[in-house]
Design a protein around this ligand. Structure first.
Ligand SMILES: [Zn+2]
Length: 432
């Protein structure tokens, strides 16, 4: 097996074990602990040392990991990689049980972010997330992560015989037509608190102690490598767990230079980032300042460190789609397995400028990694990412990059096997 294929399979395993942002952070945390990183509690006083390896977790769904450099932080600054842990999905509402025809049990959900909703139909789905359990102290509920690791439900399509126009395009109503079917019940008694009782059984707690939950649907089936020569990764949540995976691996395996290497994984990018664990929060700035303080530096040193820093905002990009080649910009045409894309936009929906582009392109050159450019068609708005939002909190030079993808926000996105290893190599080179 090639090193690229092995690394792509590691990504598919990582995503399979990360059905919610909480699980993604938990998996990253275990990987970091296994590799000698020390967890710092945000509520406690920090002690950090040069060449020390640390991380901190926010809201169980965001994480910042760093390796302190050998140099002086005010002179050598931070080398940052940013990515996000969340992906478009459906979130389960409180009191979700809904019975149809006195026997079909469905769960009430709402859309999280911007999924391609049609791709969620007719697939075995399950539930994962976080459950809040009554604690002894009202301010400190106990938290348990849960993954109902079985095909639990499905959103069935309507037969073509009942909608002859189905192949002309269907707009799905998200309160009515996308509710997952979870089982058949016989009476009201079974319906009452069905979900809470299921959670209680899985977690081995009393159902009266479960107060609330952050639960999301996910595709039960694991991703896979596909293509004649194993070229492609077919797997959901590559946006943006692929970048989180490559960034964390590079931080663990990379060398420590004079700069302090940082990987920040924000939550809530798909819903605008304006949460306490999102890129629009002061989370990153606060942590960077605390690193400086813990190293015995002052405020002036902290500000100097920022102006000596660089951020790679890593979020996936779009490859030319073979069936929709006209959808891409006419002169910048990234393809799968052609290497990472530098994302550029005149209206600065990406932070890249000619200088930061040159920095990343030079890093790729040193690493022997091909690089491509992604721009939206001039008559398409395109998406946004954490880079520009993070810039509202912290003014560090930055570049927006990401691997090319087909079908972004589909329940199964298609990425390139080689690209995943290319971007990892560029991150290792960057951290040197
Ligand atoms: Zn993304």
């Amino acid at each position: 097996m090639t090193v690229e294929l092995k690394f792509a399979e590691e990504l598919v395993d990582f995503i399979d074990r990360s059905p919610s942002p909480f699980h993604a952070v938990e998996n990253v945390k275990h990987e970091l602990l296994k590799n000698g990183f020390v967890e710092l509690n945000l509520k406690e006083r920090w002690n950090v040392e040069k060449e020390g390896k640390y991380f901190s977790v926010k809201n169980d769904s965001a994480l910042i990991a760093f390796v302190v450099g050998k140099g002086d932080i005010e002179e050598d600054g931070f080398k940052l990689i940013g990515a996000h842990t969340d992906s478009p999905t459906f979130r389960i509402k409180p009191n979700p049980e809904m019975v149809e025809e006195g026997t079909y049990l469905r769960l009430n959900t709402e859309v999280y972010g911007g999924p391609i909703i049609n791709t969620w139909l007719d697939r075995p789905l399950s539930i994962a997330g976080r459950v809040a359990i009554k604690g002894k102290d009202p301010f400190n509920p106990e938290v348990k992560f849960i993954n109902i690791d079985k095909p639990l439900m499905i959103i069935p399509n309507l037969a073509i015989h009942m909608n002859r126009k189905i192949n002309e395009g269907v707009k799905l109503n998200t309160q009515k037509e996308t509710l997952p079917l979870v089982g058949m019940i016989n009476d009201e008694f079974e319906k009452k608190d069905f979900l809470i009782k299921l959670l209680a059984k899985e977690l081995n707690v009393s159902h009266e102690d479960i107060v609330d939950f952050d639960l999301y649907l996910y595709e039960y089936e694991k991703g896979s490598i596909v293509g004649l020569n194993n070229e492609f990764i077919s797997c959901g949540k590559q946006d943006d767990l692929a970048m989180a995976h490559a960034g964390i691996k590079a931080l663990i395996n990379g060398e420590v230079g004079n700069s302090t290497n940082v990987v920040v994984l924000f939550d809530n990018e798909e819903v605008g980032s304006t949460t306490k664990q999102g890129a629009a929060s002061p989370m990153l700035r606060t942590v960077l300042e605390r690193i400086c303080i813990a190293l015995g530096k002052g405020r002036e040193d902290f500000y100097r460190s920022l102006y000596n820093s660089f951020l790679i905002s890593a979020d996936m990009a779009h490859a030319v789609h073979p069936n929709y080649a006209e959808k891409q910009d006419p002169t910048n045409r990234p393809v799968l397995n052609g290497g990472p894309c530098i994302k550029i936009s005149a209206n600065q929906s990406y932070t890249t400028d000619s200088l930061s582009l040159t920095v990343y392109e030079s890093i790729c050159k040193c690493a022997g990694v091909p690089v491509q450019k992604f721009l939206n068609r001039s008559d398409e708005r395109g998406g946004s990412t954490i880079g520009p939002i993070s810039s509202t909190q912290i003014d560090i030079s930055s570049v927006d990059i990401g691997n090319p993808l087909l079908g972004m926000h589909s329940i199964r996105e298609l990425g390139g096997v080689k690209d995943h290893y290319y971007i990892y190599k560029s991150f290792v080179e960057y951290f040197k």
